[in-house]
Design a protein. Structure first.
Length: 276
């Protein structure tokens, strides 16, 4: 194994660990507070759908010979830069996000009282429905394409996977917005775990670093252009993370952000105020 191979693997597994750990902080904080107040279901709901799309995308890109051959035809014979750790990460994230969503949809099984924000907004329901319809339409288009068509120029199953990846990208673009607005209205980040933000930021940096190393190792930057969702995900997530950090540490520092329950003794005295 060469140095770049080692570096790529190291970055990959560290960002997988970092991102994976980030998913635990919010459900654990909810359990500790015995409430989901201060947060909305829009984030875990859209995240679950997004990681379902990402799991499908990474698994198919890694294991499907048809998709890999079509990718090679369009990218100078190079193979996709999707790695095993991408699949592991996507599968793990899907499970944890689904569990977190149940804390909002089924609070009684967790011993929570139903808090405001446990119903998805119409906007997020519209985004989710539109995403499913878009994938279904592309599947029909590809299925109706002439047999034996050149995958380099005609619609192919690779395009279905690209649409699935763009669904993930779209959902990432919008999934944080409701929580940002919620924090803004409440002038506080209480209930929203800052640890998930910090770990997500670290994961984003290393994800992009791994993609760059993989492209340098192959001697071709189509690893970036051919895998736009992985490149964009890291950048979009980091931008949102920076805004959340600003809310938590600067804008609403004196409004309860520093006392959001992660080490706050008020939790033990039964302070369960909702900020809705």
């Amino acid at each position: 194994m060469g140095f770049l191979d080692f570096l790529s693997a190291l970055f990959g597994w560290i960002y997988t660990l970092s991102w994976s750990l980030s998913f635990y902080s919010q459900p654990l904080l909810n359990i500790r507070r015995k409430s989901t107040s201060g947060t909305t279901v829009d984030f875990p709901f859209i995240n679950t759908l997004g990681f379902l799309a990402y799991f499908i995308y990474t698994t198919v890109f890694y294991s499907s010979e048809v998709i890999r051959e079509q990718y090679a035809l369009r990218n100078h014979g190079h193979t996709p830069t999707v790695a095993v750790n991408d699949i592991v990460f996507a599968a793990h994230a899907l499970v944890i996000c689904a569990v977190l969503t149940t804390q909002y949809f089924l609070p009684s099984i967790w011993g929570f009282e139903r808090a405001p924000g446990t119903r998805p907004s119409r906007l997020m329901l519209g985004v989710a429905s539109g995403s499913v319809v878009a994938v279904a339409v592309i599947v029909l288009v590809v299925a109706s394409a002439p047999a034996g068509a050149d995958a380099r120029t005609a619609w192919a199953w690779l395009d279905v996977m690209y649409v699935v990846s763009y669904v993930k990208l779209l959902l990432t673009l919008v999934k944080y917005a409701p929580q940002l607005a919620y924090n803004y209205r409440n002038r506080s980040t209480r209930g929203w775990s800052i640890w998930q933000v910090l770990l997500d930021f670290l994961g984003g940096v290393l994800s992009i670093a791994q993609l760059a190393v993989d492209s340098r190792r192959q001697g071709d930057w189509s690893g970036v252009t051919g895998n736009p969702v992985k490149f964009a995900l890291g950048n979009v997530s980091m931008l949102y993370d920076l805004v959340f950090m600003a809310q938590h540490y600067v804008l609403y520092r004196d409004g309860g952000a520093a006392k959001d329950g992660e080490g706050d003794a008020l939790l033990e005295s039964g302070d369960r105020r909702r900020l809705d």
